[in-house]
Design a binder for this molecule. Structure first.
Ligand code: ADP
Ligand code: NA
Length: 339
């Protein structure tokens, strides 16, 4: 059986990058895989989260899953803390993973920054919890962005070492599912940075709940340039823009890429349609396609979070179904370990 596990942290400010890079893809995978979509609240608290906001943000991610089209009858939607197998398996994996492996994790270095001594132990151990998330369900595939590739590699190393140490093929070696080039959305203000939840500037991101006015304003203020939009001849055989050109105009190409992703067309088609136009015109069209796509999702998210009973029911039911899958795996692991 092909099974997917993936998750989003309930850390607020869900944005266009989260939608195009993750959540929208989750919807499509339901046709071919048995899907488990988690709200990873235990990952979120590796950095400080206000408890009241954590509750609201957990509902927000759940609402985004539902509003985007994840079907809770088909897929399992739940929050991580409600299925204790994640924490239990993570401990075992802390005893399988080697310090040398963990010390190579670049995301910890980035997130801990200069004040590494002050980072939580949980932030350091994040990748072993992620391995537990995936392997508690023996997931065969994980959709990953660039930023999570190294962590999935670690998950594979843990599965191989566990199976080898105990001489039993308990865990699969999970494969990455990597999506097309439209998955990396950059900040609207600075094309060298990823669009992110934690950017201090609200104008750096379009959130999934921004209304039409907010979307229009953010796109109007987005950094672009005064050059005209090039034609499709700048694309290579791989459909990607010439790297030197792209690097010279990162914000311009980010906006063009966002348009292609939202309209669900190739970049070449966007360049054909807008060749020779300036960004003032293009931004109007981008606003239209953004509002058309995100508007209905944002209003459905608001409806769901205003009266959160349905969202809470989905999470409760999802956790019960997740336990049915994860608990037998944990019992098997405990038996193999000698507990
Ligand atoms: P963030 O990175 O914004 O804090 P998460 O770590 O919860 O959010 O990531 C949730 C998902 O969204 C992950 O699959 C991640 O790869 C994806 N994602 C986050 N930011 C972007 C972005 N700017 N472009 C594309 N995908 C993104
Ligand atoms: Na991330």
């Amino acid at each position: 059986m092909k099974r997917i596990f993936s998750g989003v942290q309930p850390t607020g400010n869900l944005h266009l990058g989260n939608y195009l890079g993750a959540i929208r893809n989750f919807v499509g995978l339901q046709a071919d895989y048995d899907c488990i979509y988690c709200v990873v609240d235990m990952h979120a608290i590796t950095v400080w989260q206000d408890p009241k906001e954590l509750v609201a943000n957990t509902r927000e991610v759940t609402a985004a899953y539902l509003a985007a089209g994840i079907d809770p009858k088909k897929s399992i939607i739940f929050n991580q803390s409600q299925v204790s197998a994640h924490a239990e398996l993570a401990w075992i994996f802390n005893c399988v993973a080697r310090l040398g492996w963990m010390n190579r994790m670049t995301q910890f270095k980035e997130k801990a920054g200069k004040h590494r001594e002050n980072a939580s132990v949980g932030l350091y151990a994040y990748p072993t919890l992620m391995a537990a998330d995936i392997l508690a369900y023996k997931a065969s595939h994980v959709p990953v962005g660039e930023d999570q590739k190294q962590h999935l590699e670690l998950t594979r190393d843990i599965a191989i070492k566990f199976n080898g140490d105990f001489g039993r093929e308990v865990f699969p070696v999970t494969e990455p599912l990597i999506f097309g080039s439209a998955t990396r959305v950059m900040s609207l203000r600075d094309g060298s940075k990823k669009m992110s939840k934690s950017d201090p500037s609200d104008y750096s991101r379009i959130t999934m709940t921004d209304d039409a006015d907010a979307v229009a304003k953010k796109i109007r203020k987005a950094t672009s340039d005064s050059e005209l939009i090039p034609g499709p001849e700048i694309l290579g055989d791989d459909g990607k823009p010439d790297e030197e050109l792209r690097r010279a105009r990162p914000e311009a190409f980010n906006l063009l890429t966002i348009y292609a992703a939202l309209a669900d067309v190739e970049l070449g088609e966007v360049l054909r349609d807008f060749e020779g136009k300036g960004f003032a015109d293009f931004k109007k069209a981008l606003t239209e396609v953004a509002v058309e796509n995100l508007g209905p999702i944002g209003s459905e998210m608001k409806r769901l979070t205003d009266a959160p009973d349905h969202v809470d029911d989905v999470l409760r039911d999802g956790a019960a179904r997740a336990r049915e899958v994860a608990e037998p795996v944990l019992r098997e692991v405990y038996d193999v370990v000698g507990f």
